[in-house]
Design a protein around this ligand. Structure first.
Ligand code: PRP
Length: 200
């Protein structure tokens, strides 16, 4: 069996559909129940539905062979894994954003609200910043004075527009990646490589 971690949610649904198109059929995975693991015995593939930000942990620890993860979660996790493939879906940007009227004069400690403290810290380098770690609705933070700026994902830009925010800097381009456990990939390399060749 090849064990595959899929991120729960739209990206995971899209990636499962890619597997389905190559003839893999994990019974009931699309039934939207509370079940978290599914298998296609015939093709020797098992899927696990995992919170997106946890996929890299499962892969790094060798609990699964491979996983699908956004580049954002991958970089933030710092996981020691092989990055095998860019799936070219789930494309978006990691950005610094701020209220339309805000200008960063670089002369005070910048308050940065983010779900991605590691990425934010790396981006600002030596500069003194105050990182405020949040878990969602990040765009609200600078609007009500919790932070000056945010470091967050921008996809369509509508969340920014609807909240009178703008992009100041694009930090990195993001998309969905296939990652592999370093220990398990070496055992199952041929099988995994073949699976990924058929996937794209
Ligand atoms: C993400 C991200 C932005 C939004 C960007 O949030 O944190 O808020 O999507 O997408 P857009 O540019 O297409 O508007 P998510 O929907 O995951 O919700 P969250 O606020 O709970 O993080």
């Amino acid at each position: 069996m090849i064990d595959i971690a899929l991120p729960k949610g739209r990206l995971g649904d899209d990636v499962y559909r890619m597997f389905k198109n190559m003839g893999i059929n994990a019974v009931d995975i699309e039934a939207k129940t509370r079940k978290l693991f599914f298998e296609d015995k015939q093709n020797g593939v098992r899927f696990y539905l995992i919170k997106p930000s946890d996929v890299a942990v499962y892969v790094e620890r060798g609990a699964v062979d491979i996983g699908v993860v956004g580049k954002d979660s991958l970089v933030e996790s710092g996981a020691d894994v092989y990055e095998l493939l860019d799936l070219g879906i789930g494309k978006c940007n990691m950005c610094v954003c701020s209220p339309n009227a805000f200008v960063d004069k670089q002369n005070s400690v910048l308050k940065v609200a983010t779900k991605y403290p590691y990425i934010a810290r790396e981006y600002y380098g030596e500069r003194e910043i105050d990182i405020i770690k949040l878990n969602g609705s990040i765009e609200l933070a600078p609007l009500i004075g919790l932070s000056h700026v945010i470091v967050d994902i921008v996809e369509t830009g509508s969340t920014l527009r609807e909240n009178n925010l703008k992009v100041d800097t694009i930090i990195m381009e993001l998309s969905a990646r296939v990652i592999a456990s370093k220990s398990r990939y070496n055992f199952n390399k041929d099988r995994i490589d073949q699976l990924l060749r058929e996937l794209i």
